[in-house]
Design a protein around this ligand. Structure first.
Ligand code: FAD
Length: 436
């Protein structure tokens, strides 16, 4: 459905709360549009201007320096005529007065408000999580603190074997290896790493690669509690099976929770996230939400790809353009651990009606598993050579019938596409054939 929102008036003041990846991308998208709101203010709780949060993992691993993460400096905002307030947290919104207040006591009136407050790390229901030495991995401060821990500590335990936990564990191991050689253990509650993306075979390949690098991986692991030493600093993690792992640093990476409290307190409709419609509008027509803090049709978000699509819809909407509403689409997952190539989308295990095609080359360390239904691709897991991943994903999004190239599907994009092209040339509907 397409909708046109009236263009912003010259005096309209747009306030964006959150100078993270979504908030910043929205600024860039608005600047590309002449009909944008005339006055834009951005308020961010972090002290640094927006940076590429995705690159915190290579930063922790010591593969990148801080400046590689920068998106725009504070001066750039000033040059664009945008007021940027950093290091202040918006504490309350008075919707009837259209005014917000920050923790520094600043009051700001708005005509239109965008909440882009992201999410916070989820915490397992384990006592002693407040102990010194227990950390999360969300922002620059966390990455710096973990880097220091890797350089000075001896043992780390990472709780969570999903994308973030794996990147944290591998980052700590890599960062620490040149110094004292930190021993890193990783706890995964499920029977496999990345259980939301990988089948068992790919997860085992990943596990064996990471074990080979020195990570101590515990699957089916149930954390019972953490122990403190005489100074009150965390010193060990105890598992339900009695295993005791020494730990001067514990990283909690079990998932994220939308940061929706500001919206909840302001009386907006909130479930897990701030509920928005197709135009990212909340239950208050003057307030929008996007990124990890929002919830659309029961979905919340944890990857940037859908957030970029939200940004385009909202920027167009705020600039008075006619625009199609946001539509949920599947996303593909990649892991940012150097030397490990992984690409996955769709269901992790076959469902009734799925045809399974798989290929494994133990010599090369390659594994591919495709799930098809009625000739159409619904899921893929690629480990090792992932070059064809985006092509598979494209075919799945287009719901293309791949029956004509089934024999070459596992060989990769080039071979499969060649067969598809041949088949379409032979088709009686094909213009080339008709012309001939
Ligand atoms: C280590 C790491 C690696 C990642 N790797 C990938 C990856 O490889 N691929 C991928 O797609 N995604 C990845 N992600 C996820 C991606 O970074 C997020 O999806 C993205 O940052 C979400 O953008 P956002 O703007 O919604 O939230 P954020 O980027 O978190 O921004 C929210 C901002 O709002 C601020 N804020 C919150 N409340 C207030 C308030 N009340 N007042 C003022 N400011 C406030 C916060 O301080 C924060 O700066 C990774 C995340 C992490 C932490």
């Amino acid at each position: 459905m397409r909708q046109r929102h009236p263009a912003a008036t010259s005096s309209e003041h747009l306030v964006i709360v959150g100078n993270g990846m979504a908030g910043h991308r929205l600024v860039e998208a608005l600047l590309a549009r002449p009909e944008r709101p005339a006055r834009i203010t951005v308020i961010g709780a972090e002290t640094a201007p927006a940076y590429n949060r995705i690159l915190l993992s290579p930063l922790l691993a010591g593969e990148l320096q801080h400046d590689a993460l920068a998106l725009r400096c504070a001066e750039w905002y000033a040059e664009q005529g945008i007021e940027l307030v950093l290091g202040e947290q918006v504490e309350s919104i008075d919707r009837s007065a259209r005014r917000l207040t920050t923790d520094a006591g600043r009051e700001l009136d708005y005509d239109r408000l965008v909440l882009a407050t992201g999410s916070t790390p989820a915490r397992p229901p384990v006592p002693e999580l407040e102990l010194p030495g227990v950390q999360v991995f969300r922002d620059l401060h966390d990455a710096d603190a973990l880097a220091r821990a890797a350089e000075t500590g001896s043992n780390a335990v990472v709780i969570g074997g999903g994308l973030l936990g794996l990147e944290a564990a591998e980052g700590l191991r890599k960062r620490g290896q040149d110094k004292r050689g930190m021993q890193v253990s990783l706890l995964q509650r499920d029977d496999r790493l990345m259980n939301r993306q990988l089948d068992l075979t790919a997860a085992r390949l990943l596990e064996s690669e990471l074990r080979g690098r020195g990570l101590d991986i515990h699957t089916d692991a149930q954390l019972e509690r953490l122990e403190a030493d005489a100074e009150g600093q965390v010193c060990a993690a105890l598992l339900a099976d009695g295993t005791r792992l020494a730990a001067d640093c514990v990283v909690v990476a079990i998932g994220i929770v939308p940061q929706a409290e500001l919206g909840r307190v302001a009386g907006l409709e909130v479930n897990r996230g701030i509920v928005v419609d197709q135009w990212l509008t909340t239950s208050d027509p003057a307030i929008h939400a996007l990124g990890e803090c929002c919830e659309f049709e029961g979905h919340t978000f944890g990857l940037v790809e859908p957030i970029w699509r939200q940004v385009e819809v909202l920027a167009a909407h705020l600039s008075g353009e006619t625009v199609d509403g946001y539509v949920e689409q599947p996303t593909a997952t990649k892991l940012k651990v150097s030397g490990v190539s992984l690409y996955a989308f769709g269901p992790t295990d076959p469902e009734p009606g799925h045809e399974v095609l798989s290929y494994r080359d133990p010599q090369q360390g390659d594994y591919r598993r495709l799930l098809l239904r009625d000739g159409r691709l619904e899921g893929a897991v690629l480990y090792g050579d992932t070059a064809s991943g985006p092509w598979y994903f494209e075919q799945a999004l287009a719901e293309r019938d791949l029956s004509a190239c089934r024999a070459a599907l596992l060989l990769g994009a080039a071979d499969a596409q060649a067969l598809l092209d041949d088949a379409s040339n032979e088709s009686p509907q094909h213009p080339a054939k008709e012309a001939a």
